[in-house]
Design a protein around this ligand. Structure first.
Ligand code: CP
Length: 317
C-alpha cells in the first residue's frame, strides 16, 4: 500500500488485511510497554489544516507505538498560518525526510494532490478531506462492527449480510461517504435515513437504500445504527427548521433508544452533539461503541502505517 487516499479504492482483500493487522496491533496496545520496533528510523508527519481530536492524536500515538519519529504541523502555529502553500509545506516536509504524511484538509482532493504531485516522496494518508472521504474512520468503524458482531476470532472475515443504518447529515459527511463504500465492499447492507435537504445530489446512484423516516428505518432492525454529527461549520443555509425539530425527527433520543434491540450497536464517529443527533443515554449506553471506536482507531492507524512503511506490503492499491 503506497498511499491511503480513499475507502472507495480499497479492495475487500486489502480492507480485511488492514483489519486483521489491527487485531494484532490491539494486542500490543494492551501491553504494559505498548511499543513495537517496526518503524524505528521512519518519520511520520501529521499535517492538519483542520481541527481534530481523535484522528490526530490516534495517528500520533499509533506512530509512536510503532517507534516512528513524529513531526506535528497544524495550520495554527506553523507557517501555514502565514500563507505558506501546500506545495511549499510539502517540500519542507520532504527536506526533513518524511516517510509518511497524514493530512487533513478542508479541500476535497488535497491528499490526492499531495500524493500525485511529486512534491514529496512519502506515503500519504487521507485523515479527512472536505466532504469527500475519511478512510481510516471507515476502517475503524468496520473493525468495531466486526469485533462486536463476530464472536470469537473474527480474523479473515468481512461483514457479509450485516445491516448498517447511517443517520443524519449525509450531505456534509466524509465519514458517511467512506463508510458507504467500504461497508459495501465488505458485503454489508447499507441504509441511510436523512431529511432530503441533507442528502447529496445523485444519491440514487449510490449502493444504499434511502429512508425519509427514521422510525421506519429502525423497524428494519439494523445491526448497527451510525449517528452522524450535524456539521454546522459546513452549513451555509438552513437545512432543517431548528435543532429541536431535528432532534425529534432525526435524533437517537431516549424513546428510540428503548425501542432498539438489545444487540443493536450504537455508533458515532465523534465529536458528538449530545442532545441533538444523539441523547446522552444513547451515547453512554452499553450498546454504544463510541469509546471502542476511539480505541480501535489507534489499532487501525497502527495497521495502516505498518503496512505502508514496514515493507510488508509495498505494492500500489
Ligand atoms: N471522527 C473524527 O474524525 O474526529 P476528529 O475530528 O476529532 O478527528
Amino acid at each position: 500500500m503506497r498511499h491511503l487516499l480513499s475507502a472507495k479504492d480499497l479492495s475487500r482483500e486489502t480492507a480485511i488485511e488492514i483489519m486483521d493487522t489491527a487485531e494484532g496491533m490491539s494486542e500490543v496496545a494492551g501491553r504494559s510497554v505498548p511499543r513495537l520496533p517496526a518503524l524505528r528510523g521512519k518519520t511520520v508527519v501529521s499535517l492538519f489544516y483542520e481541527d481534530s481530536t481523535r484522528t490526530r492524536t490516534s495517528f500520533e500515538l499509533a506512530a509512536k507505538m510503532l517507534s516512528a519519529d513524529v513531526l506535528t504541523f497544524s495550520a495554527k502555529g506553523s507557517s501555514v498560518s502565514k500563507g505558506e502553500s501546500l506545495k511549499d509545506t510539502a517540500q519542507t516536509l520532504a527536506a526533513m525526510g518524511a516517510d509518511a504524511v497524514v493530512v487533513r484538509h478542508a479541500a476535497s482532493g488535497a491528499p490526492k494532490l499531495l500524493a500525485d504531485s511529486g512534491w514529496i516522496d512519502a506515503g500519504v494518508v487521507n485523515a479527512g478531506d472536505g466532504t469527500h472521504e475519511h478512510p481510516t474512520q471507515a476502517l475503524l468503524d468496520a473493525f468495531s462492527i466486526r469485533r462486536r458482531i463476530r464472536s470469537g476470532d473474527s480474523t479473515g472475515t468481512a461483514l457479509d449480510g450485516v445491516k448498517v443504518l447511517i443517520v443524519g447529515d449525509i450531505l456534509h459527511s466524509r465519514v458517511a461517504r467512506s463508510n458507504i463504500w467500504l461497508l459495501n465492499t465488505l458485503g454489508a447492507q447499507v441504509s441511510l435515513a436523512a431529511p432530503a435537504t441533507l442528502l447529496p445530489r445523485g444519491i440514487e446512484h449510490w449502493p444504499v437504500k434511502i429512508h425519509f423516516d427514521l422510525d421506519r428505518a429502525l423497524e428494519e432492525k439494523p445491526d448497527a445504527v451510525m449517528m452522524l454529527r450535524i456539521q454546522s461549520e459546513r452549513m451555509h443555509a438552513a437545512y432543517f427548521p431548528n435543532p429541536r425539530e431535528y432532534s425529534r425527527f432525526w435524533g437517537l433520543n431516549d424513546e428510540r433508544l428503548h425501542g432498539l434491540s438489545d444487540d443493536t450497536l450504537i455508533m458515532h464517529p465523534g465529536p458528538m452533539n449530545r442532545g441533538l443527533e444523539i441523547s446522552a443515554a444513547a451515547a453512554d449506553s452499553s450498546r454504544s461503541t463510541v469509546r471502542e471506536q476511539v480505541a480501535n482507531g489507534v489499532s487501525i492507524r497502527m495497521a495502516v502505517l505498518y503496512l505502508m512503511l514496514s515493507g510488508a506490503r509495498r505494492e500500489s492499491q
